[in-house]
Design a protein around this ligand. Structure first.
Ligand code: SF4
Length: 393
């Protein structure tokens, strides 16, 4: 049965519905556009049809109409930074360029070093994203102490920490249930959890590219429990490797069903496979047209996840700017040259950073309205101080 969902409307649509309907002479395409415009949810078969048959320019127009419905002309960003406590990992995912298995260097930050990185950030930074590898020698209580110490040092900082894969390892090792482990971390200061580790949910492909990693069911279960505890999260999808379009739709379908139950995902973040310095480097990377197709179909298919994020350290700033015409409404944040996960995989942004004014100008040049947000996507009505320039490096 088709689900009809109420949506917010904005008057400043830049792609009109009439133009969209005129743009294709193909009866199937027009029928699908009419369904989507009438707020009908796409079936998995229709989503697959869009991937396989949707002409790219038309897909972009369709995604733009949906983006405008969700978010008007606004494109969000946040002043944020990352800490990657270690790259020493018990797992050995074949696509990974970050862990000590492939990186030429390895590190494990002490609590003092982590606090030093926090203290170095300007006061205007609002969010800290903590993810790293699955270190065999560190446990739940160590990670809890990190949160407590940061909370004490910077009480207002939003702590988005530990992917479901890291959480699975530390909570299982502590002999706790997911509810008990997440409750403990929440008491330590955890505010939300990032979307990493989802990769691709199809069990056969997942076993091939990340056989030692937590299962899809575990990833989804941890996010569901987090949402039930009032901890919101994001969701990612690693694409452009061995998966097919059907696997991508299956991945999005599992997220859409979970979101129907909990409403706890803030954003969906497609992550492109980059082929430098990992066990899958023989695979060519997909073209930019494929990146845009993926954003557009995701925006149309995931009708219940409010935001679609272009994680620009993974795809580079020019591609991220183009994605703003294919359904994307979130540019993540200023980052402040604090993440190495994608620079180690050969991404264009080897020192990823934006100043606030650069970010605003970058969004305006794509004919969108830049809106600074907090971690829960509430717009900030006034920016703190010009010294916040430093938040973006
Ligand atoms: S992707 Fe994550 S879990 Fe997998 S090897 Fe790399 S750091 Fe470890």
């Amino acid at each position: 049965m088709r689900v009809i969902r109420p949506v917010m409307s904005y008057s400043n649509e830049t792609v009109s519905k009439e133009l969209l309907l005129k743009a294709s002479q193909c009866p199937e395409t027009r029928q699908l556009a009419e369904w989507v415009l009438a707020n009908h949810r796409l079936t998995p078969e229709e989503g697959l049809w869009l991937f396989e048959n949707g002409e790219l320019g038309w897909l972009g127009m369709l995604a733009e109409v949906i983006r405008q419905r969700h978010n008007g002309n606004r494109v969000f960003f946040i002043r944020n930074f990352h800490i990657e406590p270690t790259n020493i990992c018990v797992n050995k995912c074949r696509f990974c360029s970050f862990s000590h298995h492939f990186s030429k260097e390895q590190w494990e930050l002490s609590l003092e070093e982590i606090l030093g990185q926090v203290a170095n950030q300007p006061p205007e930074v609002r969010e800290l994203h903590i993810t790293g590898a699955v270190h065999p020698g560190r446990d739940l209580y160590y990670y809890g102490e990190i949160l407590k110490a940061i909370r004490k040092l910077r009480p207002a900082l939003h702590l988005k920490a530990y992917s479901a894969v890291e959480l699975d390892y530390m909570i299982t090792r502590a002999g706790l249930t997911v509810t008990e482990g997440l409750t403990y971390l929440k008491e330590c200061g955890l505010d939300s959890i990032p979307g990493g580790g989802a990769e691709i949910f199809d069990e056969v492909i997942r076993r091939d590219i990340a056989g030692m990693k937590s299962s899809s069911e575990t990833w989804l279960g941890i996010h569901e429990t987090a949402h039930q505890l009032g901890i919101s999260s994001n969701a990612t999808m690693l694409y452009g490797h061995l998966e097919s379009y059907a696997h991508r739709i299956d991945h999005m379908e599992r997220l859409r069903m979970l979101q129907d139950r909990t409403g706890g995902f803030n954003a969906f973040i497609p992550l492109k496979f980059r082929n430098w310095n990992n066990e899958m480097e023989q695979l060519p990377e997909v073209a930019i047209t494929e990146d845009m197709r993926n954003y557009a179909v995701a925006r149309v298919y995931l009708d219940n996840i409010p935001h679609l994020k272009a994680y620009w350290p993974a795809i580079g700033k020019p591609h991220a700017q183009l994605s703003l015409s294919f359904g994307v409404d979130d540019m993540d944040g200023t980052i402040n040259d604090s993440t190495r996960i994608y620079s180690l995989a050969g991404a264009e942004e080897q020192r990823p950073a934006f100043t606030v004014s650069e970010m605003q100008e970058f969004i305006r040049r794509a004919n969108r309205e830049p809106v600074e947000r907090n971690s829960l996507y509430h717009p900030l009505l006034s920016s703190p101080s010009p010294s916040g320039e430093g938040a973006g490096g």
